[in-house]
Design a protein around this ligand. Structure first.
Ligand code: FES
Length: 183
């Protein structure tokens, strides 16, 4: 005797269970990324890591004693709900030594349209190669009445930790506006 009739009698039930399992897996596949996204969105640590996270950029010893600026990359973890990149460049800053135990940091991005400003050691200032805006070493506009830049360069909070390390609270700001607003 063959058992084929038994199998065929059970097939609709098996198909039903298979469809239910596939449906449940499909729902799980949709729900998990959604939950991860919500948790990530409302996670204050994540938001802090992207705006104002204090990052070690250099040491006081690496800065000229005369207060001329040096440019440093800002290296940090970056991520969103789906990906997390560890220790990648997220921007750059100019840092100046302002004495035995103090430093100042300025964002390299020009507030006009986002080009990177350059340090002009001959003129002792910053200039933007895109539309020729010029800035004092403290970031102030050199020619506020005619500058293409709508505001000074963006200063960043800077502190010395462990006696010698320069840490910068790194934030990106919007360009093309006279107000300093986080990007
Ligand atoms: S982007 Fe710097 S002056 Fe235009």
């Amino acid at each position: 005797m063959s058992d084929t009739p038994e199998l065929s009698a059970d097939s609709p039930r098996r198909n039903f269970l298979g469809q239910m399992a596939a449906g449940a897996m499909g729902l799980a596949a949709l729900a998990v990324p959604g939950i991860v996204g919500l948790v990530s969105f409302f996670n204050p640590w994540r938001q802090k890591s992207e705006a104002g996270q204090s990052i070690r950029v250099t040491t006081l010893d690496a800065l000229p004693a005369d207060g001329s600026p040096r440019r440093f990359p800002v290296i940090a973890d970056r991520g969103d709900a789906w990906n997390r990149l560890l220790q990648v460049p997220v921007g750059a800053v100019y840092v100046r030594r302002m004495g035995e135990s103090k430093a100042e940091a300025i964002h390299v991005v020009c507030p006009h349209a986002g080009c990177y400003v350059e340090y002009d050691s001959k003129q002792g200032d910053f200039y933007c190669p895109c539309h020729a805006a010029r800035f004092e070493l403290d970031g102030q506009l050199k020619d506020p009445d005619s500058s293409p830049s709508p505001r000074p360069l963006d200063t960043l909070a800077c502190e010395i930790k462990h006696g010698n390390e320069v840490w910068v609270a790194f934030v990106n700001y919007q360009t093309g506006t006279s107000e300093k607003k986080e990007a």
